[in-house]
Structure formats: structure tokens, C-alpha cells
Write a protein that binds this ligand. Structure first.
Ligand code: PLP
Length: 273
């Protein structure tokens, strides 16, 4: 595997970052995961806009988007995969212990993994821990993911692939790495960004393409919804067949199936929607 690290392509075995990189020591970093198909990135402009927003939110210098685009192309060309997920990581950089931030400028790492197509449905759990809708990091895609790692481990213990969080007001928010949609009386709803969820790029496209409404939702909606589905770059749109102990249909319901068809068709035709 060939990885882009700070200005050039390297073999994965030779790729080096300082062990004192602020991204590693304190999680001072941001990232994007971009879907690639047949060697082309999907929705790259939206991802780069969010990368810049996250950098500004964290107080990092704006990433050089020309370099990020060059790195993206170089990594895709060097690692041919049919379906892939490109990871762009941008951190505070080398930072002597005890200092606030990098002394040598930020670090940029771009890598690509091949993936297989997601299953059409999955199981999820809810967790009692909360997302903070008013935190300094709310809405930023930072590398500080430890809470998500813990919640995801809990989900795996229960045979699920995702854990859904309430926010501090007890309202439905998002998953560890996905946004959530519910279908009530034939209408599609998803929590608003003000709930504290990440402004997911798949979420935004799903809202645009299906006419889903942004609604403040109680957690109890998960016990009543006719259908539930998740959106993310890793999953695209994926229906939920079990939430905690509640079994839903084993196959995607009609609304989720239609949303999945629309997404596949539109995403297949427009690489930078
Ligand atoms: N919410 C969180 C916490 C995430 O980490 C992600 C993606 O990684 C999402 C939602 C979905 O966002 P996107 O559709 O841009 O991948």
C-alpha cells in the first residue's frame, strides 16, 4: 500500500510521522473518509469543505486543498481498488511534550483501503452515553474518537454494528460513525444538525434526494418507527433490522429500499454532487 505523508507518496512500511505528533498525543486532528469507486472519489468538494470547517473549528491552519487534491489523486492512482474508502487525516503536527501545538506545521496523511459492498441491513443498539450538542467540538470531524470506539465495542458485544446516542437533552442524535433516519407514517425524518450530530455528507444528500425532514426526535421514536436506516460514507444507506431487542423487517422496508435505489443511481451518475 502507498500512502501520502507530508508532501509525498511512501510505502506504508516506510511512512513516518513523529511519535510526538499532536494528533497522536492529544487527538488534535481532523479527518475525512471519502468513498471511491472505479478510481474516482465521490463528493470530494463537500468533504474538502468540511475538512476546512473542522480545521477552523479546531484552530488548525486551513489545509492546502490543492495539496489534498493532489494527494488524493496520487493515492488513488497508486492503489487500484474497485470500491474504496480514502482516509484524509490532518493533525496538529510535531509538538514537544507540554506544548500547545505543533512546531513544524500540521501533518497530512492520505491512505486508501479497498472495501466490499455493505450488507443491506444491520443491527444497532442504543447507548446511555450522550452526545454534547453544545461542546467545543460539536459538529467537527475530529480524530478524538475514543468515545465512539467504546460505544462500538458495546455494539459488537451485542451482535450489532452501530450504537446510537441521545444528546444531553435525551433526543435522538447519531451513531458512532453514521447519521440516523426514521420513517413514521410514510415520512422520513432525521435529527437536525442542532441535535449535535455531525453534518454527514451522505445525510445531506439523502435529505436532498428523498425530501426527508429534519425533526427533533425523542429516543422513543426508535420503538415506534416503521423503518430505520443509517447513512454514512462507509455504509451509504443501510437499513436497520434490529434496534436493541426490537426486531424490524429482515429486509429493507419500502421507504429505505427506495432511498437506497435513489442514492445508488444519483451517486453513480454524479461524482461531485
Ligand atoms: N456521524 C459521525 C460521528 C461520523 O463519524 C460520520 C462519518 O464518519 C457520520 C456521522 C456520517 O458522515 P458522512 O456521511 O459524511 O460519512
Amino acid at each position: 500500500m502507498r500512502i501520502w505523508v507530508n508532501g509525498g507518496l511512501r510505502d506504508a512500511d516506510d511512512a513516518r510521522l513523529s511519535v510526538l505528533d499532536h494528533g497522536l498525543t492529544v487527538g488534535d486532528g481532523i479527518f475525512e473518509t471519502v468513498r471511491t469507486s472505479e478510481g474516482r472519489p465521490f463528493a470530494l468538494t463537500r468533504h474538502l469543505d468540511r475538512l476546512t470547517r473542522s480545521a477552523r473549528g479546531l484552530g488548525l491552519p486551513d489545509p492546502d486543498l490543492d495539496e489534498v487534491r493532489r494527494a488524493t489523486t496520487a493515492v488513488i492512482d497508486a492503489n487500484p481498488v474497485t470500491l474504496g474508502r480514502l482516509r484524509i487525516t490532518y493533525t496538529g503536527g510535531l509538538s514537544p511534550l507540554g506544548s500547545d501545538r505543533g512546531t513544524a506545521g500540521p501533518s497530512l496523511v492520505v491512505a486508501l483501503d479497498g472495501v466490499s459492498r455493505r450488507p443491506d441491513t444491520t443491527a444497532v443498539i442504543t447507548v446511555p452515553w450522550t452526545r454534547n450538542e453544545r461542546g467545543a467540538l460539536t459538529g467537527l470531524k475530529t480524530t478524538s474518537y475514543a468515545e465512539n470506539v467504546v460505544a462500538l465495542a458495546r455494539a459488537r458485544e451485542r451482535g450489532a454494528s452501530e450504537a446510537l446516542f441521545p444528546n444531553t437533552a435525551g433526543r435522538l442524535c447519531e451513531g458512532t460513525g453514521s447519521n440516523v433516519f426514521v420513517v413514521l407514517d410514510g415520512r422520513i425524518h432525521t435529527p437536525p444538525v442542532a441535535s449535535g450530530c455531525l453534518a454527514g455528507i451522505t445525510r445531506a444528500l439523502a435529505v436532498e434526494w428523498t425530501g426527508a425532514e429534519e425533526s427533533d426526535l425523542p429516543m422513543e421514536v426508535l420503538a415506534e418507527a416503521d423503518e430505520i436506516f443509517l447513512t454514512s460514507t462507509l455504509r451509504d444507506i443501510q437499513a436497520v433490522h434490529r434496534v436493541d431487542d426490537r426486531e424490524l423487517a429482515p429486509e429493507p422496508g419500502p421507504v429505505a429500499a427506495k432511498a437506497m435505489r435513489i442514492f445508488d443511481e444519483r451517486a453513480g451518475n454524479d461524482l461531485d454532487p
